[in-house]
Design a protein around this ligand. Structure first.
Ligand code: ZN
Length: 424
């Protein structure tokens, strides 16, 4: 027994020594999105999984593992604020295909989604809903426990939605009884909204996703409609605040967007048809717009997309991009969100070029996916920039993204918590 205890102690000591391993990352160029600058020849010292120091003339401890990125541009790990990693393999092309799989299948099929997302340079995601409730919580926890590889996930658990709304598998016969996890977030009054949020908070979610307009990619849904009343949305924001949770709202229609902003959500997702009044309100309230302006390419390009989805999508894609430009010009807070799952996982980096094409500078686009995204998550002290005490999450690319933003479509190096996930 004693011997076993000693063995355990030795193991604990040696693993403590191992985990205290210092890593020194040599960065030829380092993009600092906080100060919107690029620094030359920096050293990033990492202890355990956190940044210990950053500077140009830091002494490197003798036993440090050196990662030499002297010829590369290093950036903080990217953050996608609108993903759906737990939605399985997307191998069916029809949302009704959900009935052919168990929730366990969905969760396991999502393992590669998480891996490919991380390997594409996104070390953190805000995952904003899944059609099988809590598969995202399972995915997050499996990553955090080291069972599988993936980004840091902050998850919503389920869609908080009206009956037959944008967050449900709608258009079905009333004969069909949905399993519990396909209508877990269904709510039709301020008090039902509160009840659903209490359940989700108890389940350990990180934020709350509501839907205040119809959707594009849902049968029988009209993106121009309004869902939930202002009172219901206010109940959502208030109830979530009791648990320290922020709320994001899916909204395409002008009124759905405005109701969400007035109710006090942290971000509006899509914001497709935002009008001038909505832009002014977003600015006034400090609300983030999380506009997925790339995925139009995938919706129209996919021959499996059902006809009614294509009709919803026609015109809206162009309008959203024009409104993105208006919002950028107006100085509204913007975050980077792609609706990953609409386009294949691991291709989110393609949105950067579109954000620049529609009015952002390359630095603004990088800020949207780093400092702004971290601020939206309420995690500025952990992710989004490489400051002492933050997670040592970083990426490296060969070229200069400030000269050609499209280099972020092919990230060469990914480091999460000081550990190399991908290298050239
Ligand atoms: Zn989405």
């Amino acid at each position: 027994m004693k011997r076993l205890a000693r063995a355990w102690m030795m193991l604990a000591i040696s693993s403590a020594l191992l985990s205290a391993q210092v890593v020194a990352v040599k960065a030829g160029r380092l993009i600092d999105p906080v100060n919107a600058t690029i620094l030359r020849d920096q050293i990033i010292l990492v202890r355990d999984e956190k940044v210990e120091a950053v500077g140009s003339a830091l002494p490197i401890p003798k036993d440090a593992q050196i990662i030499d990125l002297s010829d590369d541009t290093v950036l903080p790990g990217l953050i996608d604020c609108h993903t759906h990693l737990a939605d399985g393999a997307h191998d069916d092309g029809d949302p009704v295909g959900i009935f052919r799989k168990t929730a366990a299948q969905y969760a396991l099929e999502s393992v590669p989604n998480a891996k490919v997302t991380l390997e594409s340079g996104f070390t953190t995601v805000r995952d904003v809903g899944t059609y099988r409730a809590l598969t995202d919580v399972a995915l997050r926890d499996a990553i955090n426990n080291g069972y599988i590889v993936g980004p840091r996930m902050f998850v919503a658990g389920a869609y908080v939605t009206i009956t037959g709304g944008a967050g449900m598998d709608s258009g079905l016969s009333p004969d069909i009884q949905l399993p519990w996890d396909m209508h877990y977030g269904e709510a039709n009054s301020p008090w039902e909204v509160r009840q659903v949020i209490r359940k989700l908070a108890h389940d350990g979610v990180d934020h709350i996703k509501v839907l205040s307009s119809g959707a594009v990619l849902t049968h029988g849904s009209n993106p121009k409609s309004q869902e939930f009343t202002l009172e219901e949305l206010q109940a959502a924001v208030d109830e979530a605040s009791h648990f320290g949770l922020r709320v994001e709202s899916h909204a395409h229609s002008p009124q759905g967007i405005k109701n969400a902003i007035i109710a006090g959500v942290a971000s509006v997702e899509h914001a497709t048809m935002i009008d001038d009044e909505g832009i002014a309100l977003a600015k006034q309230h400090g609300t983030y717009l999380d506009m997925d302006i790339y995925d139009e390419e995938c919706i129209q390009g996919d021959k499996n997309t059902p006809k009614d989805f294509l009709q919803h999508d026609a015109e809206l894609g162009r309008l959203q991009r024009e409104n993105f430009r208006k919002a950028v010009q107006a100085g509204v807070k913007m975050s980077f969100g792609t609706d990953a799952g609409v386009c294949p996982y691991g291709t989110a980096g393609k949105q950067f070029a579109f954000m620049v094409k529609y009015g952002m500078t390359p630095m603004q686009a990088i800020q949207a996916a780093t400092v702004n995204a971290a601020d939206l998550l309420g995690k500025s002290d952990l992710v989004g920039s490489l400051k002492p005490g933050h997670y040592a999450d970083m990426i490296a690319v060969g070229g200069d993204p400030l000269a050609d933003i499209s280099v972020l479509e092919h990230v060469d190096w990914v480091i999460k918590g000081g550990k190399i996930v991908k290298q050239k």
